[in-house]
Design a protein around this ligand. Structure first.
Ligand code: GLU
Length: 428
């Protein structure tokens, strides 16, 4: 799953989208692309390789100018890395309008949908699963983009974060998610949509985080319909894919721009290693009561009784978080004298795990969005376990889907190799 950025507001979208994609480059990707609503309809540019290649292309084509756009860095799952497979993908409505879509995730029933849409006369140009979303929205479009997206997503199984444009609604962007993160930044008379907060932070710290099956419609534009200047109006609403209105709380991003910039360092991994002492201080701040010799973890207070009665701890995690969990096994058994076990979340979800009464499952994840860990957590809770989260990203899905938990508060982790799950004890 790779990167999404969308912008709607008074500034020119393309340069801001490219800047946003650059902030997501650390995640790795194979191609990049964007779509902007221009005076002549939706303009698309795509390139294989670095975001720089896309930027070079855009510099040669100054016509891609408009206030509304979506962009993507792709990590291919269906079809190899190529310009044709790069996002955005498009569909044409029966009225001749263009729909453009960027997508993170995997559509599991894409073969059946592709067959259905081919029967309806749509011609596919890529090998991706994503293209079926664009064509399906186009097929269902009847003058209301939000409704067409809701209708389409009810037919889709799999994981997605999407951002969608339609040239018939040049002041509107619709975005939605299920199983793949998506955040909406509320800036000054503008909205920025992104799969990761690092693409939003230079615009605003005010965000809403979408939950699974939620759709957001963002509108911004001149109040004067003729486009003769005047103040910009902005407006958003969130619904479910069944068109029930939901209210989302606006939250404040916890980190600032400086934390996601390289500064004097050559690369993020080095920067983050050097930040470890401060990260540990931030993590422990206010949590150690020296007078009483106690550790205070407010996020666990309301389940203190269940914790003291726990019979077994089960850590579910992937990658470095899994290795942190292995150390957790030793510490829990040594200090708390309670049996503890750490499992690969990806294995846990596929076997038939035995969850006895008194089992506490602890989902460990820096991002709080690790798909396998989320699935393991859901499985354990369904079987009666209490679910705890140990995550870094405030407001992330794991933090919202657990009964209680502890935030790490160690700042953003941009380097792909985890530098904050373990602390080098030789460093002061
Ligand atoms: N499954 C989509 C594709 O292969 C999206 C991959 C991604 O998340 O970047 O194009």
């Amino acid at each position: 799953m790779c990167g999404i950025v969308g912008y709607i507001g008074p500034k020119s979208a393309a340069p801001l989208l490219v800047e946003g994609l650059k902030r997501l480059e650390y995640r790795g990707y194979d191609s990049a692309g964007l779509a902007v609503v221009t005076e002549d309809g939706i303009a698309i540019s795509r390139a294989v390789g670095r975001v720089r290649a896309l930027e070079d292309k855009l510099n040669k084509n100054t016509k891609i100018d408009g206030h509304l756009g979506i962009a993507h860095t792709r990590w291919a799952t269906h079809g190899g890395p190529s310009e044709l497979n790069a996002h955005p993908h498009t569909g044409t409505t029966s009225q001749g309008h263009t729909i453009a879509v960027v997508h993170n995730g995997i559509i599991e029933n894409y073969m059946a949908l592709r067959q259905y849409l081919t029967g309806k006369g749509h011609t596919f140009e890529s090998e991706t699963d994503t293209e079926v979303i664009a064509k399906l929205i186009a097929q269902l479009y009847d003058g209301d983009l939000e409704k067409a997206v809701q209708d389409a997503l009810r037919e889709v199984t799999g994981a997605y974060a999407i951002a969608v444009l339609c040239d018939a609604e040049p002041h509107t962007m619709v975005a939605a998610r299920k199983g793949s993160p998506l955040i909406v930044g509320i800036a000054d008379k503008a909205y920025v949509v992104a799969s990761d907060a690092s693409a939003i932070i230079s615009h605003t710290t005010q965000v809403i985080t979408l939950d699974d099956y939620q759709v957001v419609r963002l509108c911004a534009g001149h109040e004067d319909k003729q486009g003769n200047g005047g103040p910009w109006s902005v407006d958003f609403r969130t619904t479910t894919i069944d068109n029930e209105t939901v209210s989302r709380e606006v939250t404040e991003l916890e980190f600032d721009l400086e934390q996601i910039e390289l500064g004097e360092y050559k690369h993020f991994m080095l920067k983050e290693i050097m930040e470890q002492p401060q990260a540990i201080r931030n993590c422990l701040r206010g949590r150690i009561d020296h007078r009483e010799g106690r550790v205070v973890l407010g996020g666990l207070d309301h389940i203190a009784r269940e914790l003291t009665r726990a019979k077994r701890f089960l850590f579910a995690a992937q990658g470095t978080a899994y290795h942190a969990g292995l150390i957790g096994e030793y510490l829990f058994e040594d200090l708390a004298k309670i049996p503890a076990r750490c499992e690969y979340a990806s294995e846990f979800r596929y076997r038939n795990p035995i969850i006895e009464e008194g089992t506490i499952t602890v989902a460990v994840s820096q991002s709080g969005e690790t798909a396998d860990t989320l699935a393991a957590l859901a499985e354990a809770r369904e079987r009666g376990a209490i679910g705890l989260g140990v995550v870094n990203s405030v407001g992330s899905t794991i933090s919202r889907e657990t009964d209680a938990g502890v935030y790490l508060h160690v700042g953003p982790e941009i380097g792909v190799a985890s530098t904050k799950a373990f602390w080098d004890k030789w460093r002061s």
